[in-house]
Design a protein around this ligand. Structure first.
Ligand code: DAH
Length: 350
């Protein structure tokens, strides 16, 4: 029976030396397989007497069971080892610092636009949005801008494909075309009432957005922002413009002692026209007049192009530069910083 004990320990050490399931199955085959040692021993029983068969057979079975349980043990050990390796590979060190995903923020000019919309919104103004590729009609003609006006020159305006030679398409040079677009829609909605001699709700709107001119230096960029304002009714005057714009500036800059000056000027689409200058009474910009907008009473020809009778409807318009307002509010001295996309600059406004 010593031979059988030896075989069991031989099997055990063969199993121990197997380090993968495949190696283990190969080792198993040597002992328990079809031509394995145990199987061979079983076959040898055939030649023995009945008594010998009984005792030998029982002894072989004991050895076989010992080998089988050694095999089971090793299988379990290998499976456990594999599980441990896998767990180790997938281990998460929850004590490591997290990967930072910095929070983004709105662009300073977007902050200004939101601020403008909120302030004018609180004064009952709608916000309108319109195309950046405009037709000659909306950008110039409807705004009473004559054919020989310098703003129409190739040096000032980006003309684009489409349109006809006498009515080319262009990147809008200002947000003023939105005066016409918005007013025409408004008037259309109230056409029946107007034709019946009734009134219409006042037009009160701002139109912020991108505008384009052939221009580039520290204070000019080929793409810049404007915000148009329009207020048309039967009883709207320059006094209302002064009131609204003063309120706006004081709220925007959070400064009650800010002073405004309306300086006579000229725009084809307003008569009379004025540049609006502001002056801070304290702070780094105190005492200087700073131009922030163009404005005026809407020209009768423009009122007519809106589909309204200029004898009955009157109002004012203004156009301001949100980029410049942003520079003044935050003390930025180069407009190009807004469009460089440098996060070191932009992250200061988060
Ligand atoms: N569109 C003018 C410009 O770009 C600004 C402007 C002036 C707008 C007077 C107005 C206005 O609405 O009334 O220079």
């Amino acid at each position: 029976m010593n031979a059988l004990d030896d075989m069991v320990s031989l099997a055990r050490s063969a199993f121990e030396q197997a380090h993968t399931p495949t190696e283990l199955e190969n080792a198993k085959a040597q002992f328990l397989g079809k031509s394995g040692r145990i199987t061979e021993l079983m076959k040898g029983l055939a030649t023995l007497s009945v008594d010998e068969k009984k005792s030998q057979g029982a002894a072989i079975n004991v050895a076989k069971q010992a080998i089988e349980s050694a095999l089971q043990e090793r299988r379990a050990a290998l499976a456990e080892a594999e599980l441990q390796t896998q767990l180790k590979a997938e281990a998460l060190d929850v004590t490591l610092p997290g990967r930072e995903r910095p929070a983004g923020g709105l662009h300073p000019v977007s902050l200004t636009l939101e601020r403008i919309e909120a302030i004018f919104g609180s004064m009952g103004f709608d916000v309108a949005d319109g195309p950046e590729i405009e037709s000659d009609w909306f950008n110039f003609t409807a705004l009473n801008t004559p054919a020989d006006h310098p703003a129409r020159s190739m040096h000032d305006t980006f003309y684009v494909e489409g349109g006809s030679p006498d009515a080319p398409n262009l990147l809008r040079t200002h947000t003023s075309p939105m005066q016409i677009r918005h007013a025409v829609q408004h008037v259309k909605r109230h056409r029946a009432a107007l034709d019946a001699g009734q009134g219409m709700p006042e037009i009160r709107v701002i139109a912020p957005g991108r505008t384009y001119r052939v221009d580039s230096d520290a204070t000019h960029s080929p793409m810049f922002h404007q915000c148009e304002g329009l207020w048309i009714g039967e009883n709207v005057s320059f006094k209302d413009l002064k009131h609204v714009f003063t309120d706006f500036c004081r709220t925007f800059f959070e400064s009650d002692d800010l002073v405004l000056r309306f300086r006579p000027s000229f725009f084809p689409f307003t008569e009379p026209s004025a540049e609006i200058d502001i002056q801070f009474q304290s702070g780094p910009l105190a005492g200087r007049w700073l131009e922030v907008a163009g404005s005026g009473q809407v020209h009768p020809n423009v009122v007519r192009n809106m589909g309204l009778d200029p004898e009955r409807f009157i109002g004012f318009a203004f156009g301001m530069g949100p980029d410049r307002l942003t520079m003044l509010r935050y003390g930025v001295n180069d407009l190009r910083l807004f469009f460089d996309g440098d996060v070191r600059f932009l992250s200061q406004f988060r």
